[in-house]
Design a protein around this ligand. Structure first.
Ligand SMILES: [Zn+2]
Length: 69
């Protein structure tokens, strides 16, 4: 996904920055605990399309994966 596009995207609910999850092809809002799907490279910024993040997904990136992306 385009980094410049990603930088422009904010959560429609809290207007906070989103975290791109490359493996899951999702944009995570850690504030609301929601994951917005990316379909065919297009972020779907709709709260009704987002899924709830699991508790462990809300935590910072696990050791060994820091500095990626
Ligand atoms: Zn949010």
């Amino acid at each position: 996904m385009d980094k410049e596009l990603l930088a422009m995207l904010v959560c429609p609910l809290c207007k906070g920055k989103l975290k791109y999850n490359r493996e899951a092809q999702e944009l995570h809002c850690l504030y609301d605990g929601l994951a917005y799907p990316i379909r065919d490279g297009i972020p779907v910024m709709l709260p009704e399309e987002a899924r709830q993040l699991d508790v462990d997904e809300k935590l910072p990136t696990s050791p060994g994966r820091m500095g990626g992306a």
